[in-house]
Design a protein around this ligand. Sequence first.
Ligand SMILES: Cc1cc2nc3c(=O)[nH]c(=O)nc-3n(C[C@H](O)[C@H](O)[C@H](O)COP(=O)(O)O)c2cc1C
Length: 183
Amino acid sequence: MKFTKILAIILSITTGGYAYAESTKPNILVAYYSLTGKTEKTATEIANVSGGTLYKIQPDKSYPDNKKERRKVLEQEMEQNYLPPLKATNINPENYDIIFLGSPVWGNHISQPIKSFLSLYNLSGKTVIPFVTHSGGGRGQSFNDVAELCTNCIVDMDGWSSWGSGVGKKLTKWVNAQIQEIK
Ligand SMILES: Cc1cc2nc3c(=O)[nH]c(=O)nc-3n(C[C@H](O)[C@H](O)[C@H](O)COP(=O)(O)O)c2cc1C
């Protein structure tokens, strides 16, 4: 057989295989809320490793810059379990199969904007993988909050939790393990 013919066969097999792999590839969204940038760093790394679409969740009204004032507003929101309205975006999370969902830990729980996000969309049947950053108190109730608020979602309780952004080899390994599990 001529070399060119062998090459053509190899090419058709490989491109065919690639097309199949592309069509069955799950749609990944990396949605996150971050107040001071740590969860954003984690989210960016998760999107880089997973190839997912990065989606920044933002409250309509931003929180005060002044730390003392901000703390007061946040504590009030948490106490009243106020769900801040979110900025509209052109991404619809309901169009994704797998959602990495990131938040800072606030008072041992998931942040209020993430609660807004979960109340806004119908993510039933989707795989939701929580990731949180904290300042030493650990993940607290945050994964349970996601499981409770995300009705009929498949919540992966083996989520990511780190003091600060946690970006590094361990995070890369965790993202790859989550994706392998889904495949
Ligand atoms: C209102 C508020 C409550 C917080 N509560 C906790 C907590 O319960 N446990 C903890 O370890 N860190 C707590 N933190 C610290 C943040 O979780 C931590 O700094 C996180 O990495 C910040 O993420 P971000 O930069 O993405 O906003 C709190 C921060 C704020 C603003």
